[in-house]
Write a protein that binds this ligand. Structure first.
Ligand code: NAD
Ligand code: MG
Length: 396
């Protein structure tokens, strides 16, 4: 039996992961589940999966969880606080760690899994954006395995030869074609972008996801973060990655070879496919996803992205090219701006403006170690919050 920790079990990816695991009770055993503060859902999951540990960051929530489980599932040990996440990511009895916490909060537990030499199923792209060089080095040094859950990166992984780590040139790859749906505002007149509401922005045409990544998809910062993620995962540079708008979300990405071949991975837009792939790799298991009906799809469209409509895509590319702590600053400023937009404190179009301002205020530093990265993350949050406070006074 393969032991699994699911970090971020109560989120969109966490729930899809448990759905796949429930189809293979003789192959995988859930050792630990974690969540931030959603007690109800974690109680249900603990009752259904009977993990050895359940960890909650919020201490009050952890107390409530412990009280509820005392009668419902007394064998589950409840842990509280940030340290609990790192503990369950590194347990001896755990083989695989699903890293599905959203945002910078996922970095420390994901790194703990890397240091413990686990197979990491990485959904938490922000961890890699913040600390790419360091993260990849920890994976290498500790013999961990890193398998991408992000549907595009999982697709690219499936389209690559097994020895791609030798270098993309060495294996005859000239480009990665990273597909993007373009989100809900692909065709909205530019003059109306300033008035869109959080509800309109989270309504993604093809995917059902958490709120933060849904806003990132609407600004296309999600694709920007994914360009950075792809650079680290596949050892390449931004100029080798072409973002392709593909509104149907059926092709999940493509790899282009020097002999003229382009290899693509297709499937219904359902995260259980990449999750099942990464869980079973190099084997295949049932994910619960319907087989793609190619006749029903019928049309596949492609167009280049519009950087004027989606300035976040440009900002992410520039931050990656600048390197060092710039991607961590970009990520932190984006988290602040997205939260402010979701709370109705700033308009949609303020998201790229606050990020650009923050990047301009904080010069590049060498991302030498974790303390430096977290210092810059904190500095970027201060600058972005201050910009919002001054630019949108009166709105709380
Ligand atoms: P979500 O908001 O639905 O769930 C987030 C999870 O993280 C929850 O379990 C929550 O309890 C936990 N969490 C939140 N804040 C935390 C904190 N401060 N400390 C500890 N835990 C915390 O998010 P999601 O859509 O499942 O996305 C998770 C990650 O996967 C993100 O990095 C996202 O970019 C990535 N991803 C998601 C999808 C998708 O389809 N949802 C696709 C590709 C990549
Ligand atoms: Mg993706």
């Amino acid at each position: 039996m393969i032991g699994i920790t699911v970090l971020g079990a109560t989120g969109s990816i966490g729930v899809s992961t448990l759905d796949v695991l429930s189809r293979h009770p003789n192959r995988y055993r859930v050792v630990a589940l974690t969540a931030n503060s959603r007690v109800d859902r974690l109680v249900e999951q603990c009752v259904a999966f009977r993990p050895r540990y359940a960890a909650m960051v919020d201490e009050t929530a952890a107390e409530q969880l412990a009280t509820r489980l005392r009668t419902l599932a007394p064998e589950v040990e409840v842990l509280a606080g940030q340290k609990g996440l790192e503990f369950v990511a590194a347990l001896d009895e755990v083989d695989f760690v699903m890293a599905a916490i959203v945002g910078a909060a996922g970095l420390r537990p994901s790194l703990a899994a890397a240091r413990a030499g686990k197979r990491i199923l990485l959904a938490n792209k922000e961890a890699l954006v913040m600390s790419g060089a360091l993260f990849m080095e920890e994976v290498r040094r500790n013999g961990a395995e890193l398998l991408p859950i992000d549907s595009e990166h999982n697709a690219i992984f499936q389209c690559m030869p097994h020895d791609f780590a030798r270098g993309l040139d060495e294996v005859g790859i000239n480009r990665i074609l990273l597909t993007a749906s373009g989100g809900p505002f692909r065709n909205l007149p530019l003059s109306e972008l300033g008035q869109v509401t959080p509800e309109q922005a989270v309504a993604h045409p093809n995917w059902s996801m958490g709120r933060k990544i849904s806003i990132d998809s609407a600004t296309m910062m999600n694709k920007g973060l994914e360009v950075i993620e792809a650079c680290w995962l596949f050892g390449t540079r931004t100029d080798r990655i072409q973002v392709v708008l593909h509104p149907q979300s059926i092709i999940h990405s493509m790899v282009s070879y020097i002999d003229g071949s382009v290899v693509a991975q297709l499937g219904n837009p359902d995260m259980r496919t990449p999750i099942a792939h990464a869980l079973a790799w190099p084997e295949r298991i049932d994910s619960g996803v319907d087989t793609l009906d190619i006749f029903q799809v019928a049309h596949l469209d492609f167009e280049p992205p519009d950087l004027q409509r989606f300035p976040c895509l440009r900002l992410a590319g520039e931050a990656m090219d600048a390197g060092g702590t710039c991607p961590a600053v970009l990520n932190a400023a984006n988290e602040v701006a997205v939260a402010a937009f979701l709370e109705g404190r700033v308009p949609f179009t303020a998201i790229p403006r606050s990020i650009e301002y923050t990047l301009g205020e904080l010069p590049r530093r060498e991302a030498a170690d974790l303390p430096t990265i977290f210092e810059e993350d904190a500095a970027a949050r201060r600058v972005a919050n201050e910009w919002i406070r001054i630019s949108y006074p009166g709105v709380l």
